[in-house]
Design a protein around this ligand. Structure first.
Ligand SMILES: Nc1ncnc2c1ncn2[C@@H]1O[C@H](COP(=O)(O)OP(=O)(O)OP(=O)(O)O)[C@@H](O)[C@H]1O
Ligand SMILES: [Mg+2]
Length: 260
């Protein structure tokens, strides 16, 4: 453990670094209120990252893998040299309102605190819980490792900091279609979840088969719109495989089969 004084020193060291990087000279602690650096690294996020380093969840961070609208994915490494993906949920997203419809109505998250910041932290926690819930039921999802505030640590799928290819980036065949539908079914039957963003962009195709990720939106089956979301998931994935020239089952038959 580090002493409080050392922690304070480190905190001010980070602050100074950030000031010089951003060429901001205004505030004593280097952060304008609610100011965000490079759209990601507000002070709280930096401190969360720093705490993950301090508590040995990761030992170093190699760099950014992908910067999206709602999150940034970092490639990090743990003490055993295992690759870790850190998903940092952006605190600046303008899209957070969209998320409320996937939280309110899910009985697992009945107590939603007001404010963007807590909603974003809750979203990270929700993705973590969804991943665990699936992983524990043997559904092929990315293995979640840890969550603190708006940062989710998970197993890195890929090599040398390059993520595995998703379905959209891969050649696909009938086996992939069958496997995708079977994942949807097991999610529903065994994990009691609907993904809500089940698509060719959120499934890795690896040597070991398909691996599902991006489960922040997934809801409990008791959510009042769960069936509508399931219908949409089936429709989206069927459209993708049909566009790739494969014969797919009628989506409404798939729905009946999954819900039977
Ligand atoms: N565990 C992981 N291992 C390796 N790469 C990952 C991992 N998780 C995510 N990625 C990479 O980051 C990209 C975005 O991840 P994800 O879909 O979870 O974030 P997102 O914020 O929902 O982004 P988008 O809005 O584009 O869907 C993935 O397409 C993949 O390339
Ligand atoms: Mg995604």
């Amino acid at each position: 453990m580090l002493s409080d004084a050392l922690e304070d020193d480190l905190e001010s060291f980070f602050d100074k670094k950030l000031i010089s990087k951003s060429k901001r000279k205004t505030l004593a602690d280097g952060f304008k209120k609610n100011k965000v650096i490079n759209e990601v690294l507000d002070k709280s996020t930096i401190m969360t990252l720093y705490n993950m380093l301090r508590t040995h969840i990761v030992s170093y961070i190699n760099g950014i893998v992908r910067a999206g609208k709602e999150s940034v994915i970092f490639w990090a490494v743990d003490e055993n040299e295992r690759d870790i993906a850190l998903k940092v949920y952006l605190v600046t997203t303008s899209n957070f309102k969209r998320r409320t419809s996937y939280i309110i109505g899910d009985p697992r998250f009945s107590r939603v605190k007001k404010g963007t910041r807590s909603l974003i932290d809750l979203w990270a926690k929700k993705e973590y819980r969804n991943l665990k819930q699936c992983y524990n039921r043997g559904i092929p999802v990315v293995k979640a490792i840890h969550v603190t505030k708006n940062i989710l640590a998970m197993e890195f799928v890929g090599e040398n900091g390059v993520p595995a290819k998703t379905l959209i980036e891969s050649e696909v065949d009938k086996k992939d279609y069958d496997s995708a539908i079977s994942i949807l079914k097991n999610l529903y039957k065994d994990a009691k979840l609907v993904h809500c963003d089940f698509s060719e962009f959120n499934i890795f195709k690896t040597d070991k088969g398909l691996i599902l990720f991006d489960l922040g939106s997934a809801v409990d089956l008791r959510h009042p719109n769960a069936n509508e979301f399931l219908k949409r998931d089936i429709k989206n994935i069927s459209t993708f495989f049909a566009k790739r020239g494969l014969t797919v089952e009628n989506p409404s038959d798939v729905l009946i089969r999954i819900q039977k």
